[in-house]
Write a protein that binds this ligand. Structure first.
Ligand code: GDD
Ligand code: MG
Length: 352
């Protein structure tokens, strides 16, 4: 049976000031009634799978356990990283842990911070991927690109795997986060998908590829797993060992290099909510294109995103703004410049 592995250890710095180190975006309700982590778990209902494994920073252990309890996920495994070493090691830890309990499960690796509107289509893509993962392919789910975004990985599709309709494609090339000019070329060619950051492969197959391309990461993860401490729902990774693990994403460490990647196209209203403008795009809006959350008064304003905790925010005669008001910080930005919000976080880190 499938084993979902939910990666929930990112910092989500482009959604400052709501997303913070102590409370990153995957634990916040940004779209709908539940946190993004809860949505990720709930979206799997109807898929024949084991209880998901969540892998996150140890600082967030009670937050994760509580959020899972709220949605009545009573049996779960939460792997705790003492430090973030990015997604290649996180998946390796989950894979190594999985093969101790099961012979060689198929991992469905998911990010904890995505929106997918069309659950049925998402489930169909998962079903379609299983047979290929079973045979040893490393499956990525490819999104039809809406523009030359530079925050995504790109997949150049090759020939169809089975030659039949609706068959996945071989991955000709995987390019993680190209520059703008390259991304524009990819969009114009019509042959590329965005990498959704969701994957499916057998646990041992991933570990094999990691051994081939980044044996240093695999070794460090094996050492850290050897001293693991398990208690209740938590599996704590040893700090001294994991500290020495290189920091690398699965995209650079494995997906760019493997010859056995295939892509299953996915058109299911996916968004990675990477920025305030992405959230504005997916949220409901009033007749003037304003997306409003909390206590707001808006007059003569259009295409704004306003989110406020408990103070009233009034906006008059403004356009294309993002205004986010929290207890201790306020963000005001042009909607097309919100990628630079991460600069605030860098500035704050440098101040500390
Ligand atoms: N456990 C754990 N540990 N999780 C992590 C860590 C870590 O050190 N770092 C990141 N994550 C989690 C994040 O919480 C998120 O759910 C997921 O892994 C992906 O990490 P991001 O940091 O959000 O990656 P990205 O958005 O820059 O890029 C990835 O996703 C894009 C689509 O959203 C790549 O896979 C791109 O190729 C892809 O297009
Ligand atoms: Mg992301």
């Amino acid at each position: 049976m499938l084993l979902p592995v939910i990666m929930a250890g990112g910092t989500g710095s482009r959604l400052w000031p709501l997303s913070r180190e102590l409370y990153p975006k995957q634990f916040i309700c940004l779209h709908g009634q539940h946190s993004m982590l809860q949505e990720t778990v709930m979206r799997l209902s109807g898929v024949e799978a084991q209880s998901p494994v969540v892998i996150c920073n140890e600082e967030h252990r009670f937050l994760v356990a509580e959020q899972l309890r709220q949605i009545k996920k009573l049996s779960h495994n939460i792997i705790l990283e003492p430090v973030g070493r990015n997604t290649a090691p996180a998946i390796a830890l989950a894979a190594l842990n999985a093969i101790e309990h099961d012979e060689d499960p198929i991992l469905l690796v998911l990010a904890a911070d995505h929106i997918i509107d069309d659950k049925k289509t998402f489930h169909a893509a998962i079903e379609r991927a299983i047979a290929f993962a079973e045979e040893g392919s490393l499956v990525t789910f490819g999104i039809v690109p809406a523009g030359p975004e530079t925050g995504y990985g790109y997949i150049h599709r090759g020939e169809s795997v089975s030659g039949q309709q609706a068959s996945p494609y071989k991955v000709q090339r995987f390019v993680e986060k190209p520059d703008l000019k390259t991304a524009e070329g990819y969009i114009n060619s019509g042959e590329y998908y965005w990498n959704s950051g969701m994957f499916m492969f057998r646990a041992k197959r991933y570990l094999q590829e990691l051994e081939k391309f980044r044996p240093d990461i695999l070794e460090a993860c094996k050492r850290a797993m050897a001293n693991v401490k398990a208690g209740g729902d938590f599996i704590s990774i040893d700090k001294a060992d994991f500290n020495l693990c290189p920091d690398e994403s699965v995209d650079y460490a494995v997906m760019e290099k493997t010859a056995d990647a295939i892509v299953v196209p996915l058109d299911a209203g996916w968004s990675d909510v990477g920025s305030w403008s992405a959230l504005w795009e997916v949220n409901e809006k009033d007749d003037s294109g304003n997306s409003l959350k909390g206590d707001t008064f808006v007059h003569n304003s259009k295409n704004c995103y306003i989110n406020t905790d408990d103070q009233l925010v009034a906006a008059i005669g403004v356009e294309d703004l993002v205004i986010v008001n929290t207890k201790d910080a306020v963000l005001v930005a042009k909607r097309d410049q919100v990628q630079d919000v991460k600069r605030v976080v860098e500035f704050l880190k440098a101040e500390c």
